[in-house]
Design a protein around this ligand. Structure first.
Ligand code: WT7
Length: 653
């Protein structure tokens, strides 16, 4: 098992500490006892059916679940529209004038959309897209910064039944290009730029590079945001006939656009995520089951109330942004706060300033952010009144108990319940989590499966174990429906380990109370600052550099990011190792994939440690990168290689 041994020790040490839901929180909570768990235990499908009834359906389903492993269909025969559920149905009463989206840009510009205004904007863009010939089932790529138009674009697609593929704005032109090609997207929605730490990221320029010579993309819609002060025109070089200003498209379109009645199993979106090969997978999510689970989890896990101001700090380019900035909270009629930029710009108290200014009551962020705040010191949150906060959430990687305690103490004032939520791009919605008015929490544990979710810890043979692999043993409404264009990979990656049981790729333990402790990935997937990156993707980017002969990439422990990337590189004949070359290789990876994938360490070596059958021993490289004692090296073709490497790594600092 590859899950981190350090995490395992942490888990054993911290099993004992317990935090009960505060009594006044419990009393007011949307779920305050175990009734839903009991209900789901008695009749799981009836339980999910009750959750589905919380949505607005144009036509009711005939069958709750059709399970033909590994393919599930939920609410078969039902018809609904995701955008209608996020917008139209809130317009009947006073919610129409409630703030749906409150946004602040990094430079400090502010905008608020009521549900009525958001509905109008989405409808206009949807009509504009129709004008361009976008139809139900067509794919639309979205490459935007964290601006309201990102949510508008997603909802406009959903409204007309187009399938969106959001690509994180930090990904490189090459990454955007391959995603557009794989999905066959005919429309791209982007912006001139976006702000990050006072700089303007040139999205339009990158988008132009990405689609150069690509025939599939017929139209590009461009939001005006962030021109360079020097008037650099590459920011917004508009190509006649192909490129259209967002403001023109929306300005000319009618604000009336009927929501397409989608079948429950019609595709809502594709979202690419890294796996164990060099090529990201297009994870497919459909409409009825997905909307059911994201709405139910938003309401119960975050104990969402009408008056809450809810802030999820993720980027819309990741699944967290899809499910818990856009679809879940808007379906639930929440006021969503959205922020464009970095937490330390212009100062390290930007988040706390925002919490105070907007009265944020629910905050959902990642352990890596919490560890950065910890490092910066409590004087930053202390400058602000954070008393509006009443619930804290975390997601993306295992949270170390120290960070959990710090979050509770210094952000939550020792009073806010913390929900540590385990899930993935593939699960679509939250799977393992406390319910804040019910669950006794333990720092570092995601606790128990959400009602209606069946999870277990299994060994390689599929037997239940105390420590082993996390497994989801029954289908769930927001599960992925496949990998775009690659049925084989879908079956192989998720469904081949055990019979009819989903394999998420995480190691886990269960304690005496039945609580789950997630130990981390057991495959070649890294988790760097909460972002999922495939070792193979980074390796192929490193090898793509002309000086590189061979490369092996591993994750090593990092205090803030959780994991950092270490690349071991052997050079081709005629190239000399140098600091300059190190930097060049890092930059090259940044250009190939995106800045998040840049290796923290590049270590040159004449040889990589290999078994006699030629397999690279990544495990040993990880030990070297983490300064650990070396494990068994007897299976190596040349054991001296690792000794030399270890020495070299230590000398290098
Ligand atoms: C992987 C999924 C789900 C949104 C963000 C990441 C890790 C996620 C937790 C948690 C321990 C977690 C797992 C998982 N992970 N949440 N609460 N505790 N680990 O989505 O990019 O699809 O990554 O993130 O390893 O498999 P993703």
């Amino acid at each position: 098992m590859a899950a981190s041994p350090r995490r395992e020790i942490d888990v054993l040490l911290h099993e004992g500490r317990r935090v009960e839901p505060p009594e006044d929180f419990r009393r007011e909570a949307r779920v305050s006892d175990r009734t839903p768990y009991r209900r789901a235990g008695e009749d799981r499908l009836a339980f999910w059916e009750e959750r589905a009834r919380e949505l607005d359906w144009f036509e009711e389903w005939d069958e709750v679940l059709n399970w033909d492993p590994p393919h599930a269909e939920w609410f078969v025969g039902g018809r609904l529209n995701a955008a209608h559920n996020c917008l139209d149905r809130h317009l009947d009463g006073w919610r129409a004038n409630k703030a749906a989206l409150i946004w602040e840009g990094e430079p400090g510009d502010r905008r608020t959309y009521t549900y009525r205004e958001l509905h109008r904007e989405v409808s206009r863009l949807a009509n504009g897209m129709k004008e361009m010939g976008v139809e139900k089932g067509d794919r639309v790529a979205i490459y935007l910064p964290m601006i309201p138009e990102a949510a508008v674009a997603m909802l406009a697609c959903a409204r007309i039944g187009a399938v969106h593929s959001v690509v994180f704005g930090g990904f490189s032109p090459g990454s955007l290009r391959s995603r557009i090609q794989d999905a066959g997207a005919e429309l791209l929605i982007t912006a001139t730029g976006g702000y990050r730490r006072g700089n303007v990221l040139r999205l339009k320029r990158d988008a132009d590079e990405a689609i150069e010579g690509l025939d599939v993309v017929e139209n590009v819609i461009v939001v005006r945001r962030g021109f360079s002060a020097e008037g650099d025109e590459t920011f917004a070089r508009m190509q006649e006939g192909r490129d259209h200003w967002y403001e023109d498209v929306v300005g000319e379109a009618s604000p009336k656009c009927p929501a397409e009645p989608m079948a429950s199993e019609d595709l809502l979106y594709i979202l690419y995520t890294s796996g164990t090969t060099g090529k990201p997978k297009g994870v497919m999510h459909t409409t009825g089951g997905y909307m059911t689970q994201v709405q139910a989890t938003t309401e119960w896990v975050f104990d969402l109330k009408e008056e809450d101001v809810y802030w999820c700090t993720a980027d819309v380019g990741w699944v967290t942004g899809h499910s818990y900035i856009v679809y879940g909270p808007l379906a639930a009629g929440a006021t969503v706060f959205m922020y464009e930029g970095a937490p330390d710009w212009p100062e390290r108290d930007r988040f706390w300033e925002l919490v105070e200014r907007y009265g944020v009551s629910i905050l959902y962020t990642a352990p890596t952010a919490i560890r950065a705040f910890m490092k910066w010191g409590e004087e930053w949150p202390e400058k602000h009144d954070l008393s509006s906060l009443r619930l804290l959430g975390t997601v993306g990687e295992p949270i170390n108990p120290e960070a959990w305690e710090w979050y509770r103490e210094h952000i939550g004032g020792g009073e806010c319940p913390i929900v540590d939520t385990w899930w993935q791009t593939e699960t679509g919605g939250i799977m393992i989590t406390p319910l804040p008015g019910v669950t006794t929490t333990k720092p570092g544990s995601a606790t128990e499966p959400f009602p209606g979710i069946e999870a277990a810890i299994l060994d390689d043979d599929g037997n239940e174990a105390e420590s082993g692999y996390l497994a989801i043993t029954e289908p769930w409404p927001s599960m992925l429906r496949g990998v775009w264009g690659d049925e084989e990979r879908f079956r192989e990656t998720y469904w081949s380990k055990w019979d009819d049981t989903y394999f998420p790729g995480d190691g886990a333990r269960v304690d005496g109370d039945g609580d789950f402790w997630i130990l981390g990935r057991v495959d070649d997937v890294l988790n760097v600052a909460g972002h999922r990156i495939g070792t193979m993707e980074v390796e192929s980017a490193v090898v793509d550099h002309p000086a590189t002969a061979e490369a092996a990439v591993v994750g090593r422990k990092d205090e803030v990011k959780g994991e950092a990337i270490a690349a071991f590189v052997s050079l081709k004949e005629g190239y000399e190792a140098s600091d300059g070359l190190q930097e060049e290789i890092r930059e090259h990876v940044g250009q190939e994939i995106g800045a998040i994938a840049k290796p923290a360490d590049v270590i040159f070596t004449a040889d990589l440690p290999k078994t006699r059958s030629g397999k690279i021993m990544r495990r040993l490289l990880k030990d070297i990168a983490e300064g650990e004692a070396l494990g068994d090296t007897t299976t190596l073709a040349d054991p001296d290689v690792v000794e030399r490497l270890k020495q070299k790594y230590e000398e290098g600092g």
